[in-house]
Design a protein around this ligand. Sequence first.
Ligand code: NAD
Length: 497
Amino acid sequence: TVPSEVDRLLETARRLSPRNDVFIDGTFVPALAGRRFDCISPRDGRVLTTIAEGDREDIDRAVQSARAAFEDGRWAKQHPRERRRVLQALARLIEENADELALLEALDMGKPVGDARAVDVRVTVQCFDFYAEAIDKRYDEVAPTDDTTFATITREPYGVVAAIVPWNFPLMLAAWKLAPALAVGNSIVLKPAEASSLTALKLAELAAEAGLPAGVLNVVPGFGATAGAALGLHNDVDAITFTGSGPVGRTLLRASADSNLKEVSLELGGKSAQLVLADATGLENIATSVASGIFFNQGEVCSAGSRLVVHRSRKDELVEHLLRATARMEVGDPLDPDTSVGALVEEKHLHRVLGYIAAATDEGATTLAGGSQARIDSGGYFVEPTIFDDVTPEMTIAQEEVFGPVLSILTFDDIDEGVRIANGTHYGLAAAVWTDSLSNAHLVARALRAGTVWVNNYDGSDITVPFGGYKQSGFGAHDKSLHALEKYTTLKSTWMK
Ligand code: NAD
């Protein structure tokens, strides 16, 4: 018989044998305490491999290595053109290794392998190319002063930047931080999420191959409460760039206050609304977009459109289309090319999502689709795409980030009420408005308190456009675009008489 695509990918995976050690000073070494932890694949719940468990001492070594690399200027003092060359070489290597990176992402994190290739890896390549190309075309400033003085405003790298990233887009989110931070000359210690460390370690290997000098990028896999906390409290880390949950973001702010007042920027969670006004047309298209806006990446997306806020007059027709679009979503093995909704990242998270589903029912929401764990041949942690109707703004399901394939439907009667509901959470990451009225599009886009507002779409995204949150979705400078270069530099004013 002809081996299936799944069998072929599993065979490829068996042939990969990375050591998954700690990457410090340009080489892979075991964790100092010699401990390792299991890397479990969510597609079948089985141990895929083991990974070195970095702890405080490993973090300390990594920070020392990054500091030494920064101080002797082996990277920071290179001509920007040289940094450009290395980052472009890295982009080409990521491209060459795209299949392997996508496979690792699917096995480790549970997302469909096709999405990992088409989104995560593609965007990562674009990201390294974008900052590489930007870096030698950037000029500093001279301030207007009187004739006898000359004042320059220059941007200098912080020095040692710690990047702590979550598990939902492991490679892509690491790239959003590493590419701009490296482009301007910082040295880095990256701590990937314990649930998905494999692509970050592969990235370290490729960076060395691309010619990034030793010590400029260090990767320490390990747990948040140990390795992550040690970075937060380290007195020789100049800046932390974090993407993850609100509680951990607060911990990092406190750690900064309790240590050396390191710069902290936080990209946090969301509870984004898709607002459908009475004058919106093309409800079938809207339904398709709403479905992919929540079910893409199993709903494990910070900007997932987890609330559909729809005008009462359009609800029934929209829901009809939405149920059809949802029925087309194939829950399945992340390695199967037909899968559109893969596995949730880990068992603990599966139970968390099922807990939210139970709470929604208890609080009076009506289940329109899904609502249960999905049983897939490979085993693993799957949840059916789930839709709740009759959700009211104060319900848990309407306020808290589920981070799973669960959509809540809320209704409104006039635009002000719709906007109030859309804005009515602690979060402010993203929102969308669907309308045929140019005037309503302007008014509502302005009224929505969110870092990203989509008008008549939910998928606009490009490395050229910043991404970050209002309210409790973010703190400090945004990721992506040329603005992110500011995030990894500090200003120096120099006066000359
Ligand atoms: P998390 O906050 O639990 O973990 C994120 C990272 O922080 C991991 O690497 C973890 O090991 C580390 N960490 C945990 N405890 C720590 C501590 N005490 N000190 C230092 N580091 C610690 O988040 P998660 O579950 O991995 O990711 C999901 C969250 O990330 C969601 O809230 C999601 O919305 C958010 N997210 C936000 C964006 C964005 O751009 N705004 C993007 C993706 C995900």
